[in-house]
Design a protein around this ligand. Structure first.
Ligand SMILES: [Fe+2]
Length: 387
């Protein structure tokens, strides 16, 4: 069996990597970029640092600074029109996963037309679009190195998953110094999202030798440093480790898929507006405990790679260490319960059958080591409510 691997063509990694942006554009033959970002990036001065670099190199540019969290198709259409009208030759996606996902969708629609519904799974996006250079400012989604984007259809609230090599950014600039001023809540949520990517890619039924290596490295980097980044102000070595780990975790799941946690997480975002990283965090201990029996060695290895045990002579002990650590991470990083987040109990329980159907329809649960049906997913949501 072979694995088809997709990666960005160029990756600039490390402190100050952002300064390589003009050289990267030159390498790609791009001369007229449009920055795709949100108003926070403008307010915090991130956008200005990019435009200063472009100005210093005599490059003209455009700016669309109205990307939104959990982007809807309606929100990206003005940018599609702008990009087509001004004939930019590439997009600079600056921000968290939402800004990068937005830029991927803009590139696709600006190049090929149609609507995002035309490109949603199971139809793969194989078409090449205008180049996207991803500049993540969070250490989490890994979107800079994935061939996926999620765009919401506002009329139905459906989160449309679009995947394929045509959605892979052509370049990624992974500069952990861009994450230093992240609010602690966002740093925690995105970090747990990245850890979830690494674990799910490692236990996925689509895991392969290549994705395993990325997932193992990501578990080591994130698992051994995530709490440090949130507890010690400006622990630069830990920040660097988690940033690289998040990108590697993105590569891992982009080439092996995520599983049940992500499948169940997306409906929590749709119905209760729980941010993506937070909903993963709420589900990760419960889904891991449920799934261990179907991949005991893999989950024991997760504990070892996260630095929780020295060896896996005793699998039960390894599993306990993993579950304890996932719960400890949530407690230390103040992850709220669903009730504490403000989810209404009656609405939650009455929505469970629909959420379970949507989780199954996403396809992600098929990759889980332990297979589930609708009733089992409902039960898992119920357990997560009590956690
Ligand atoms: Fe995720």
């Amino acid at each position: 069996m072979t694995a088809t691997i997709n990666l960005p063509k160029i990756m600039q990694i490390g402190a100050g990597a952002i300064n390589a942006l003009p050289a990267t554009l030159e390498q790609l033959g791009c001369h007229y970029p449009c920055i795709i970002t949100d108003s926070t990036m403008v307010r915090l001065g991130y956008t200005e640092s990019i435009t200063d670099l472009l100005n210093a190199h005599g490059l003209g540019y455009g700016l669309f600074s109205e990307t939104m969290a959990e982007p809807s198709e309606d929100s990206i259409l003005p940018a599609v029109a702008l990009v087509q009208r001004e004939k930019y030759d590439c997009l600079l996606a600056l921000g968290g996963g939402s800004a990068i996902d937005t830029a991927k969708a803009i590139a696709l629609l600006a190049t090929h037309g149609g609507s995002m519904r035309d490109y949603k799974m199971p139809r793969p996006v194989n078409l090449n679009s205008m180049p996207v250079i991803a500049i993540p400012t969070t250490a989490g989604t890994g979107s800079e190195a994935t061939q996926a984007t999620i765009i919401t259809d506002a009329s139905t609230d459906e989160k449309m998953l679009c995947m394929g090599p045509g959605l892979m950014p052509i370049a990624a600039i992974v500069d952990y110094e861009l994450t230093l001023s992240l609010p602690s809540r966002i740093a925690a949520d995105t970090g747990i999202d990245a850890l979830t990517h690494a674990i799910e890619a490692y236990v996925s039924r689509k895991a392969n030798l290549f994705s395993d290596q990325q997932a193992i490295a990501a578990m080591k980097l994130i698992g051994q440093n995530l709490l440090k980044t949130c507890q010690v102000a400006k622990d630069l070595a830990a920040r660097e480790a988690v940033m690289l780990g998040a990108t590697l975790a993105g590569i891992a799941f982009s080439n092996a898929s995520v599983a049940l946690v992500h499948g169940m997480s997306r409906p929590l975002g749709v119905h209760f507006h729980v941010p993506h990283g937070l909903s993963n965090a709420m589900l990760l201990p419960t889904v891991t405990e449920y799934s261990i029996s179907s991949a005991p060695m893999r989950y024991a290895q997760c504990a070892m790679y996260m630095g929780l045990i020295d060896n896996i002579e005793d699998e039960d002990q390894a599993h306990q260490a993993l579950l304890n650590q996932l719960k400890r991470i949530n407690k230390t990083l103040s992850v709220p319960s669903l009730a504490e987040f403000g989810v209404d109990k009656d609405v939650f329980f009455s929505t469970l059958p629909l959420m379970a159907e949507q989780a199954l329809a996403s396809g992600s649960p098929n990759n889980n080591p332990r297979q589930v049906d609708k009733n089992e997913i409902v039960k898992l949501y119920e357990i997560a409510w009590e956690s």
